[in-house]
Write a protein that binds this ligand. Structure first.
Ligand SMILES: Nc1ncnc2c1ncn2[C@@H]1O[C@H](COP(=O)(O)OP(=O)(O)O)[C@@H](O)[C@H]1O
Ligand SMILES: CC(=O)N[C@@H](CCC(=O)OP(=O)(O)O)C(=O)O
Length: 265
């Protein structure tokens, strides 16, 4: 999302999917853009277990950058192709409701401020947009029943929405080839694993890969057909990932499906 040409090909792919009869829903992130803005404003950038430590001042910046900038850029890039995209914040129409969560660091809960875990999804606004032929573009910001606004990791927000929508696929884009078996010592990509295998691996994961894989696990355990982590640095990664059987990156399948191929085959 920080490379203009990849941004364009991503938007093109989403529109191609729509023309092919699929109903894509886009959930965007924007961690690097938020961190750059925090830097410019002289505010602290800190993560615990892949989640941003979010003070009330940070939350203002998160909301502004995600819904005011990254979402607008994506909507604009998709709408180059026609009147498809409509942007929504997770706060809108009670789409996502979150409760405050902590991060788990060495097995201990650590306070990370206004970070939320999605506990309820009202997918009716998204459903209405899909029915009218639109492509919803959702920012990972949620309302809390306590009146606060919460910062939600984009991959976990996408996972919760995929479950609520009964999606066939969750496609998660990242800046590496996929899930590495022994990162950072080696970069052998795990091509396919089932939910039980992923569950066993989670304690060994770090940084941004942790919420990403937690999102994939939650999705396939709650009925999404499969979750794929794909390399967003590759042009047209989305189309290649969707239309190639056991395509590039890492595929997570439900518990009962065979997993266990670590050789990239
Ligand atoms: N096992 C792993 N396999 C691949 N990447 C990993 C692994 N563990 C940690 N990482 C890190 O996670 C990063 C991806 O997460 P991040 O960039 O935070 O996510 P996002 O795509 O949401 O911005 C990779 O760039 C890499 O540095
Ligand atoms: C709680 C939390 O960490 N929220 C993320 C939301 C954006 C995001 O997830 O962006 P990426 O997909 O680019 O990482 C953040 O503040 O960076």
């Amino acid at each position: 999302m920080v490379d203009p040409s990849l941004h364009r090909t991503f938007a093109q792919d989403v529109v191609e999917l729509w023309h092919a009869g699929l109903r894509p829903v886009v959930v965007h992130g924007g961690g690097p853009q938020i961190s750059a803005m925090l830097d410019r404003l002289g505010l602290e950038v800190r993560f615990e277990a892949g989640l941003r430590v979010t003070t009330p001042e940070t939350m203002d910046v998160v909301r502004m950058v995600l819904t005011g900038r990254v979402q607008r850029e994506l909507v604009g890039a998709i709408n180059v192709h026609g009147p498809f995209a409509v942007g929504l914040s997770g706060e809108d129409a009670h789409t996502m409701t979150a409760v405050r969560r902590t991060a788990s660091v060495d097995g201990r809960p650590v306070d990370i401020g206004l970070v939320g875990d999605v506990v309820a999804v009202d997918a009716s606004a998204i459903g209405a947009l899909l029915e009218r032929g639109h492509i919803p573009v959702i920012s990972p910001v949620a309302r809390g029943e306590d009146g606060q606004v919460y910062n939600v990791n984009a991959d976990l927000a996408a996972s919760a929405l995929a479950v609520a929508l009964g999606a066939d696929r969750l496609m998660v884009m990242t800046d590496v080839e996929g899930l590495y078996a022994d990162w950072p010592r080696s970069n052998d990509v795990i091509a396919r694993l089932n939910a039980a295998e992923l569950h066993a691996l989670l304690p060994r994961l770090a940084s941004g890969m942790l919420p990403k894989m937690e999102g994939c696990l939650r999705a396939v355990r709650a009925g999404v057909g499969r979750a794929q982590v794909i390399d967003g640095r590759t042009p047209h990664a989305l189309l290649r990932g969707l239309f190639t059987e056991d395509g590039p990156g890492t595929t997570v399948v439900p518990d009962e499906a065979p997993g266990g191929k670590e050789d990239g085959a």
